[in-house]
Design a protein around this ligand. Sequence first.
Ligand SMILES: NC(=O)c1ccc[n+]([C@@H]2O[C@H](COP(=O)([O-])OP(=O)(O)OC[C@H]3O[C@@H](n4cnc5c(N)ncnc54)[C@H](OP(=O)(O)O)[C@@H]3O)[C@@H](O)[C@H]2O)c1
Length: 270
Amino acid sequence: MIEKFAGKKALIIGGTGGIGRELAVGLAKQGALTVLHGGSSQQGLESALAAIQEAGGRAEGFLYPADGDGAAEAILNLAAVLFGKHGGTPESAPSRAGYAEKNYRSDMLPDILVCAWGPFFRKPIGEMNGGDWHYLIKNNLIFPGILISLVINGMIDKKWGRILLFGGTNTDTIRGFSTTAAYSAAKTGLGVLAKSVARTAGPHGVTCNVICPGLTDTEYTDEGTKAYNRRLSPGGKALDPADSARMAFAVLENERINGAVIPVDAGVVL
Ligand SMILES: NC(=O)c1ccc[n+]([C@@H]2O[C@H](COP(=O)([O-])OP(=O)(O)OC[C@H]3O[C@@H](n4cnc5c(N)ncnc54)[C@H](OP(=O)(O)O)[C@@H]3O)[C@@H](O)[C@H]2O)c1
């Protein structure tokens, strides 16, 4: 395996399961020091770390449910400690990242940030309450936005950075949805985040892109949803996490792909 990401530090939010895990294992295999973040499953975390170790990669990880206030800051703080364990020198330059008041060294900040976790549920718009709206928009749009604000200056300073976000199925353009209005509005909004980063930080070697997976079966997918995914997916075959991960590696490698919103969905139309 060619170590395309050797020397890079990758933080994968939601990297202990589903599409994020596939990506985390692949990045570690390709040489990145990878910090995995997961929600609550110790078993998921341990299994992902073991897979990376088996493949000869280097990884650390921790669990932190991200749906509370201050989660982005807390997660980056925890990740900084784990990155800091693996090298860098005391004289490494201090960072002017958003959390620079902690005086983190630049080697404690991610070079690659992937925000894979993205909670989802279905409800017709007329049945959504305030809590539903807050939950879906906060975790699918505001949370990735805060993470970006916290890491972007450090990436600009290093003149290299990669941010990868995950949209929803068919959220690559503005469309209407019968039972996922808030989720899909938030996911469609990620394209604006990515293009804004590309516009301001692209000239400094930083990219930000969005992958919009099709209906993908993971270990979290229940039997009813698997049947739904089969029924709607072209050819009757749902996607695999590896489908999105392959596109992710291509995007992360290529500085010329920036501000893109890329469907990896076999052409499904919901
Ligand atoms: N699967 C699909 O069909 C599909 C289709 C289109 C778009 N997407 C998007 O693709 C991305 C990846 O989706 P996915 O299906 O792989 O699963 P996901 O449920 O979005 O991500 C799973 C990861 O998130 C973690 N997680 C779960 N609850 C959490 C919480 N409260 N706080 C922090 N982390 C939490 C999990 O850890 P634990 O196991 O410890 O909980 C695991 O590491 C998402 O953004 C999703 O919206 C998925």
